[in-house]
Design a protein around this ligand. Structure first.
Ligand code: SAM
Length: 240
């Protein structure tokens, strides 16, 4: 039996502190994350293991929290559709379109979304296809695969496509914590060798977003991860 109230509450305080530090990451083991991964039950074991790992190394749930609960959401470079599906599962009032250059990734995303009305996927190069009029655009680990010569044009294209109250959510990686940058570079070299790697320093990307016209709020999300995650919440309208 614990002797005092302090002993009773101490473990939960320690757990809360650990979660704040990102040492414990309960979300990838949550019912929501299991429901998300269950969509991929027809994918091969290798794919499912990869997607499970992806949920553990990238803060999908934090990115998803920044996306409005309703409206047209465009997920650029959606990969296997994890974020698109999470956004669609969380709110039926969202209409999510995932776009990726890889036919194989789009096919896997579509197979996982079969029968669900508020999510769709299309193949295309984000630097070439028209974006329509989404209420929110997200890019999760896309920008560092776009050549520097195309990055500003892509950000400007997002700005043009969004309505006055639209938002752009970018989750990308930074160069500032050197060992995390090197780890990320090695990861991409092994995993995404077919894709170019054009990482920007967060102050440079923030300045570029400002030049394009966005109001930017930057949040570093790398605590507890070996990857230098940074989130950019970009609004067209000045925030009140
Ligand atoms: C690191 S993966 C991120 C995938 C997904 N957003 C996620 O977080 O799991 C980068 C993705 O961007 C896609 N991509 C790279 N260049 C692209 C382009 N020009 N147009 C569309 N997709 C592109 C790749 O095919 C890949 O699926």
């Amino acid at each position: 039996m614990p002797d005092s109230i302090a002993e009773v509450i101490a473990p939960s305080q320690a757990q809360a502190a650990a979660e704040r530090q990102g040492i414990l990451r309960p979300w990838p083991d949550s019912a929501e994350a299991r429901a998300l991964l269950a969509l991929y039950r027809s994918a091969g074991l290798g794919h499912r293991l990869e997607l499970n790992l992806r949920l553990r190394i990238c803060p999908f749930e934090t990115v998803a929290e920044r996306v409005p609960p309703e409206g047209h959401i465009l997920d650029l470079g959606c990969g296997y559709g994890l974020l698109s599906h999470l956004l669609a599962l969380r709110s039926p009032a969202r209409q999510v379109l995932g776009l990726d250059i890889s036919a194989e990734r789009v096919a896997t995303s579509q197979a996982a979304g079969r029968g669900r009305a508020n999510v769709a996927f299309a193949q295309g190069d984000v630097t070439l296809v028209a974006f329509g009029r989404p209420d929110c655009i997200v890019m999760n680990d896309l920008l560092h695969h776009i050549p520097h010569t195309h990055q500003v044009a892509l950000l400007a294209k997002c700005y043009q496509a969004l309505p006055e109250d639209g938002i752009l959510i970018i989750k990308d990686v930074d160069k500032r914590v050197l060992w995390k940058y090197i780890w990320n570079y090695a990861h991409d070299f092994l995993k995404n060798r077919n894709l170019p790697f054009y990482c920007l320093d967060s102050p440079i990307l923030t300045a570029l977003l400002g030049l394009v016209g966005f109001q930017v709020e930057v949040t570093h999300l790398d605590t507890g991860y070996p990857y230098p995650h940074v989130l950019y919440h970009c609004s067209k309208a000045a925030r009140g």
